[in-house]
Write a protein that binds this ligand. Structure first.
Ligand code: NAD
Length: 340
């Protein structure tokens, strides 16, 4: 049983904790918070021992009715691996502590590749991750891009990728983020950082990305165009996508043409938190023009990296050496009811 600590129990951390708790081969030994919050009460109700970054704040937690198990250092000493899900830029500051304790650590996409010197995606480089001390699970957008690019690269070879990311402005509970009424070019210059981030996992891919932020909270939408090395057959492309454990084809018959309806569909299917862990590729958009492939894919920013963290834990600890088996175990434990 792998003992997992989650440092930073927010949007990603709380999902990773629940996903760990759902697996048969790992357990949550603690989660950390900086201050009392509704999420701390959820941790208590789930039975996750609560540790705090600044132990001098113990009194404020206990006054709120939240028992404190100890400091983050105490939590790390009882764990085999820590998933750092603190905000981008904070995680890197924890590296020295993880080194001192000698614990394995996984960071998230808000940190640069250099934080771990290795960037992970289950589909692309699981076997290269086995036994590593440090890894970074790439961001939600990069995860979604890596999955589809690697899949097409294996089937046809990818000559080049051009992709536009229409990104959500904030997560649903992010009351302070915007924009409220604008389309913000983020960044204005081309390319955006997403292309180089894909290359941190798939260095041989020729990719240019453009990104903008819009006033929505539920999902990102990607417009993806690839030049393939061999001419693809559309039915074969759809078959490959359909078989992929982390790609869900959004069928025309569902009538879904938006992120809002897709999220509602996931909720109605009984997905936990209405999370969509897979890429939602709109079947009708999949178009082949000679060697060119076009598609729209929806990416649930809060969810797709969660399953990647679970596989990354298995790879780093070496408990499962076969990527396909790990992906299947992760999906099954989460009751991954297919959207197609
Ligand atoms: P968040 O703000 O929702 O949660 C971060 C949590 O860490 C909060 O509970 C905060 O109180 C806690 N925290 C802050 N400083 C801490 C410290 N020093 N020690 C322990 N805990 C601390 O952030 P998030 O959205 O979950 O993002 C976490 C990471 O995941 C970032 O790298 C981010 O870029 C990445 N990520 C986020 C999303 C997303 O859509 N939210 C998607 C993919 C990747």
């Amino acid at each position: 049983m792998i003992r997992v600590a989650i440092n930073g129990y927010g949007t990603i951390g709380k999902r990773v904790a629940d996903a760990v708790a759902a697996q048969k081969d790992m357990k949550v030994i603690g989660v950390s918070k900086t201050r009392p919050s509704h999420e701390a009460f959820v941790a208590k109700s789930r039975g996750y021992p609560l540790y705090i970054a600044d132990i001098s704040k113990k009194g404020s937690f206990e006054k709120a009715g939240l028992p404190v198990a100890g400091s983050v250092d105490d939590m790390l000493k009882g764990a085999d691996i820590v998933v750092d899900a603190t905000p981008g830029g904070v995680g890197v500051k924890n590296r020295a502590l993880y080194e001192k304790i000698g614990i394995k650590a996984i960071w998230q996409g808000g940190e640069d590749h250099e934080v771990a010197g290795f960037s992970f995606n289950s589909d692309c480089n699981y076997k290269d991750t086995i036994g590593r001390q440090f890894a970074r699970v790439v961001s939600c957008n990069t995860t979604g891009l890596c999955r589809i690019i690697n899949t097409m690269d294996k089937a046809y070879g990818v000559e080049k990728v051009r992709a536009v990311m229409v990104r959500r402005g904030g997560d649903p509970a992010d009351i302070k983020r915007g924009p409220i009424d604008a389309i913000v070019l983020n960044p204005v210059h081309i390319p955006s950082h997403h292309g180089p981030d894909v290359q941190s996992v798939l260095p041989h891919i020729n990719i240019v990305t453009l990104a903008m932020i819009v006033p929505v909270t539920m999902m990102h939408m990607h417009v993806v165009q690839m030049d393939l090395k061999k001419e693809p057959d559309r039915n074969h492309v759809l078959e490959i996508m359909d078989k992929h454990p982390r790609i869900g084809l959004v069928k025309k018959e569902t009538g879904i043409t938006s992120t809002a309806e897709l999220k509602e569909y996931a909720m109605d299917l009984g997905r936990f938190r209405s999370d969509l862990w897979e890429n939602g590729i709109f079947e009708e958009s999949v178009s082949c023009l000679g060697k060119e492939l076009y598609l729209f894919q929806a990416i649930h920013q809060e969810a797709d990296v969660v399953v990647e963290n679970i596989d990354c834990i298995r790879a780093m600890t070496g408990i499962e050496k076969d990527p396909a088996k790990s992906v299947a175990m992760t999906n099954k434990a989460l009751n991954f009811i297919a959207i197609t």
